[in-house]
Design a protein around this ligand. Structure first.
Ligand SMILES: [Zn+2]
Length: 67
């Protein structure tokens, strides 16, 4: 689980999200590996965590709003 207080943050814009085979991908800010949003939400890691990259970054998505 991501330590939200100590974590770095970035706002996602449409330019940073790309579609591939019906999935939406973002580049991991730590290692640059393209990773589906679903993978981030389900595993908390990028696709690079499962291959040679061995990325150890913990990732989470959040929605931010105000009323
Ligand atoms: Zn990564």
């Amino acid at each position: 689980m991501v330590d939200h207080d100590g974590a770095a943050r970035m706002e996602l814009t449409p330019e940073e999200i790309r579609e591939e085979d019906g999935s939406y991908l973002v580049e991991c800010p730590a290692c640059g590996t393209p990773t589906t949003l679903m993978k981030v939400m389900e595993s908390g890691h990028c696709a690079g965590a499962d291959d040679d990259v061995g990325c150890t970054a913990e990732l989470a998505l959040e929605l931010v709003w105000s009323e």
